[in-house]
Design a protein around this ligand. Sequence first.
Ligand code: NAP
Ligand code: COA
Length: 269
Amino acid sequence: MTATFDFSGKTVFVAGGTSGINLGIARCFARSGAAVAVASRSQEKVDAAVAELETLGSTARGYALDVRDAKAVQEAFAAHAEAAGEIDVLVSGAAGNFPAFANDMSPNGFKAVVDIDLLGSFHVLRAAYAFLRKPGASVINISAPQAWVAMPMQSHVCAAKAGVDMLTRTLALEWGAAGIRINSISPGPIADTEGMKRLAPNEAVAEQYRKSVPLQRFGTADEIGQAALFLSSDAARYVSGVVLPVDGGWSVAGASAAALAMTQSHERG
Ligand code: NAP
Ligand code: COA
C-alpha cells in the first residue's frame, strides 16, 4: 500500500521489528521516509530486515538483543542514540506465545512469556525514555486481544498483555508532561504471522477465526502499520493512553462471535 503519512527526517525504533506484524510496521515507516531501526534476538533476522528496509529507501539500523536482558537493551539504545540521535517513534512489540493449558504449563513457560512481553516491554520503554524526543515522541506498545478477552491456553499471554496495556496507561500519565504520547495497538488475527500459525495451526481453526471477525477476514501486517503511522502522526497529536483495536471489529464481537458465525449461514434479506 502507498504511504499515507510523511515521516521524512524522523527516526523510528521497532523493538521486535524483524518479522511479522512488527516488520510490517517497520516497512510502513520506511516507505514513509523514516530512518528505521529494528531489534531482536536473531542476528540473521536483524540483518535480513535491515537489508529489506534499505531497499525501501530507509537508512536502516539493526541490533541483536534479547529484551529480557535489561543491560543489552540499554546498550542498544545508547548505541542507537550515538548513531541516529533522538527517537521520534518507538514501537515495542517483541513477544512470545505458545498454546498451553495453565495446568500443563511449567512455571518457566509462564515466566518466559511474561518476561518477554511484559518485563521486556518495561526494559525497552525504560531504556528508550532518555532518548525519546521531548516534546513530540510517539510510543506504541503492541498489545493483543488477550489483554481484555480471556482465552483458553493463553493464561501467560493474557496476563502479560493486560500488563502491557496498563503500562501504556500508566506511562501516558507519567510521560504526558514531557510531551510524549503512548498508546497500544491491539491487532486482531493477522495473516501470515507466527502468532496465527501457533493459534490457528490448521485451516479449520483458521476458518473459525475468520468467521468470528465482523469483517470476515484476517488483517494484514500493513493494516497494523497504517494504524501505527496514524497514531504517530500529527493527526493523532491529542491521542494518548488508549488501546486501539485494529481488528476488523473483533473487539465488539465478544460473546456474539458464535452468533456471527450463525448469521453467516443464513441468507441476508
Ligand atoms: P513474530 O513474527 O514472531 O514477531 C515477534 C518478534 O519479536 C520477532 O521479530 C522476534 O524476533 C522478536 N522477539 C521474540 N522474542 C524476543 C526477545 N526475547 N527479545 C527480542 N526480540 C524478540 O510474531 P507476530 O505474530 O508478528 O507478533 C508480533 C506482535 O504482534 C507481538 O507483540 C504479538 O503479541 C502481537 N500480536 C500478534 C497477532 C497475530 O495475529 N499474529 C495478534 C495480536 C497481537 P527474534 O526471533 O529474532 O527474537
Ligand atoms: N508448550 C508448553 N511449554 C512450552 C512450549 C509449548 N509449546 N514452548 C516452550 N515451552 C516452555 C519450555 O518447556 C520452557 O519451560 P521449562 O524450562 O520448564 O521446560 C519455557 O517454555 C521456555 O522455553 P525456551 O524454549 O527455553 O524459551 P525461549 O526463551 O527460547 O523461547 C518462547 C521463548 C517459548 C516464547 C518461544 O516460543 C519463542 O521464542 N517465541 C518467539 C516467536 C513467537 O512466539 N511469535 C509469536 C508472537 S505472538
